[in-house]
Design a protein around this ligand. Structure first.
Ligand SMILES: C[S@@+](CC[C@H](N)C(=O)[O-])C[C@H]1O[C@@H](n2cnc3c(N)ncnc32)[C@H](O)[C@@H]1O
Length: 208
C-alpha cells in the first residue's frame, strides 16, 4: 500500500478542526517562549514551514512579517480564519510543500519549523530548502521530538513508529545524526527541562 504524504494524514485533514483543541494546546506555550527568546528585531522576515493552523501566530511581534506555509488545505483554512478574525496584517499563509519551497534564495532572516521535522517524509531535504531560502547569517529554528538515546526509552519510542506514522508523524528521528546532516558550524540545541520530550535547535545559516 502506498504511504500517504504526512499532510494527507487524517490528523491534518478531516481532524484539522480538532487540532487546536488538542495538539496546539500543548504546543503553544513552547512556541511562544521560543519566539520571545529570539527577540526578533523590527522588520524581520520570518518563514514558518508546516505552519498548520497557526498555533504560533499570537506570539509573533506585529512589527515582523511572517509567512506560513503548509500543504494541508484544512489546516491552512483555520490559520487564515485566525488571521482574518484578529486582523493580523503581519501574517500570511500559503499552500506549499516544505520540500519544494517556491521562494527565491536568501529571502528570509529566520526560518522556523515547529513540530514538523518528524512529520515530513524527507527531513534532510526540508533542512536544505530551509537553508536555501534563509539569508547567510540568518537563523534556522526547530523544535521537535527526537528519539531518546537511552536504550530502553529509545527502543520503546521507536517501536511506536508504525502507529504514529499512520497518525501523521514519525518517532524514529535521532538528534545527533539530524544535527550532523544539518552541519551548522554554530548551533544551540537545548530542552526547556530535563524531562521534556522536545528539543529546540537554533542554528546560524552559515552557508557561503
Ligand atoms: C504536528 S503539525 C505542526 C503544526 C504547527 N507547526 C504547530 O506547531 O502546531 C505538522 C504540520 O506539518 C505539515 N506538513 C506535513 N507535510 C508537510 C510538508 N511536506 N511540508 C510542509 N508542511 C508539512 C502538516 O500539514 C501539519 O500542519
Amino acid at each position: 500500500m502506498a504511504e500517504l504524504g504526512a499532510h494527507e494524514s487524517r490528523l491534518y485533514s478531516d481532524l484539522a478542526p480538532l487540532y487546536d483543541k488538542t495538539f496546539a494546546k500543548f504546543f503553544y506555550s513552547r512556541e511562544r517562549t521560543i519566539i520571545q527568546n529570539l527577540n526578533l528585531p523590527a522588520d524581520t522576515e520570518v518563514l514558518e514551514v508546516g505552519v498548520g493552523t497557526g498555533t504560533s501566530f499570537p506570539a509573533y511581534p506585529r512589527n515582523c512579517r511572517v509567512t506560513g506555509i503548509d500543504p494541508a488545505p484544512r489546516m491552512l483554512a483555520r490559520a487564515q480564519e485566525k488571521i482574518a478574525e484578529n486582523n493580523w496584517r503581519h501574517l500570511q499563509v500559503m499552500e506549499m510543500d516544505a520540500l519544494n519551497l517556491t521562494f527565491p534564495d536568501n529571502a528570509f532572516d529566520y526560518v522556523m519549523a515547529f513540530h514538523v521535522v518528524s512529520v515530513v517524509p524527507d527531513p534532510i531535504r526540508m533542512m536544505a530548502e530551509m537553508r536555501r531560502v534563509c539569508r547567510p547569517g540568518g537563523s534556522i529554528v526547530i523544535v521537535n521530538h527526537f528519539t531518546s538515546e537511552s536504550p530502553i526509552w529509545g527502543t520503546l519510542t521507536k517501536s511506536l513508529d508504525p502507529i504514529t506514522r499512520r497518525l501523521g508523524w514519525s518517532t524514529n528521528l535521532r538528534l545527533r545524526p539530524f544535527l550532523e546532516d544539518a552541519a551548522f558550524t554554530e548551533c544551540k540545541a537545548y530542552k526547556f527541562s530535563r524531562f521534556s520530550l522536545y528539543t529546540v535547535v537554533v542554528g546560524v545559516n552559515d552557508k557561503e
